[in-house]
Design a protein around this ligand. Structure first.
Ligand code: ADP
Length: 313
């Protein structure tokens, strides 16, 4: 399997001394749809900036399709399309010219550039607007224009920084569809987001970044499975030597000592459901507390207050 991105021990200290990345290591395989998820200020844009050589790294190495970004500046740029968070094209240029100029940067022959320009403006529902000045576009159209511009040289890897931040629900869904199709046709996609729901809908693999460090790097499926469970520490009124048989109930439990045990259940199980489980098995509880794990602290406390509802931190 080809590695699309290999980041090793990446650090970034900004000019004011702020350490935005504290040694990040990460790999993304070709064909993946990968999310870099984290709260505001975590270091997502900085990471993307380094990948696209807009931010100069302090230390570490970055390879794109096996080529070092420092020693193969031009080749790595050819493989890469970047959609930044902020609109960064001239507000006075016409839609078509913005895409054509970008094609020019990549040295594309004019005929091919015109074909690609039409292809992507049509795909992104902007063809009717091709002769309009970009400042007249709605916010959602401006974002789509940045995607068309990033795709005109048909890069193997597309990186999007918060593609749907501030975008309404309907547009978000149509953008998700477009990106899913693009990924299915072979383009590797990396996006940053602070919406868990967005990562959940789109991505196969995920890294969670917090305060400049990767705190989790796993498949979306494993992450969701971990979030769907809840662990409790239970203190017993009467000591036991073994735990009962839990039957068909999906539970994992282990004795900590004769007076307490740890039990992991589905997060959807209510407190009364839990106590019923204990009562039916003759377990007398004197105290119970929930043991929150790193992920819950990150998601429930800070990243989102409910799936998909972003909280600015
Ligand atoms: P994210 O994209 O996850 O919201 P960023 O990568 O934009 O996070 O920022 C990470 C941290 O680095 C933040 O605390 C931010 O304030 C800081 N930062 C970003 N750019 C600069 C800069 N040019 N100078 C100093 N600090 C910066």
């Amino acid at each position: 399997m080809t590695t699309a991105i290999a980041i090793s021990d990446l650090t970034k200290i900004y000019a004011n001394g702020f350490e935005a990345l504290k040694g990040i290591s990460l790999q993304v395989q070709q064909g993946d749809f990968f999310a870099l998820l984290g709260p505001n200020g975590a270091g997502k844009s900085t990471t993307i900036g380094v990948l696209s050589t807009l931010v100069r790294k302090t230390g570490g190495t970055v390879e794109i399709f096996g080529k070092n970004v420092d020693s193969h500046v031009y080749e790595t740029k050819l493989d890469l399309g970047v959609v930044p968070q902020e609109v960064n094209f001239s507000q006075f240029e016409r839609v078509k010219d913005i895409v054509m100029t970008q094609a020019g940067y990549y040295g594309m022959p004019r005929k091919l550039a015109a074909e690609r320009c039409e292809k992507y403006l049509r795909k992104l529902d902007l063809w009717d607007k091709r002769n309009d000045r970009s400042r007249t576009l709605s916010g959602g159209m401006k974002r789509r224009l940045m995607i068309a511009r990033a795709l005109v040289h048909e890069p193997k890897l597309l990186i999007l920084d918060e593609p749907t931040a501030g975008v309404d629900i309907e547009l978000r869904r149509s953008m998700w569809e477009f990106l899913t199709e693009l990924n299915e046709s072979g383009t590797t996609i990396i996006l940053t987001t602070h919406y868990l729901e967005e990562a959940e809908q789109l991505c196969r693999n995920i890294a969670i970044i917090d305060k400049g460090r990767i705190v989790e790097n796993t498949s979306m499926r494993a992450l969701l499975a971990a979030l769907d469970k809840q662990t409790y520490i239970v203190d017993l009124a009467k000591p036991v030597e073994t735990l009962p048989d839990w039957g068909d109930v999906p539970v994992t439990a282990s004795l900590l000592d004769s007076h307490s045990f740890e039990i992991t259940v589905a997060a959807s199980l209510t407190m009364s459901g839990l106590f019923k489980l204990f009562l039916e098995r003759g377990i007398e509880v004197s105290a119970l507390r929930s043991k929150s794990n790193r992920l819950e602290q990150l998601f429930l406390g800070r990243l989102t207050d409910a799936r998909g509802d972003a909280v600015n931190v």
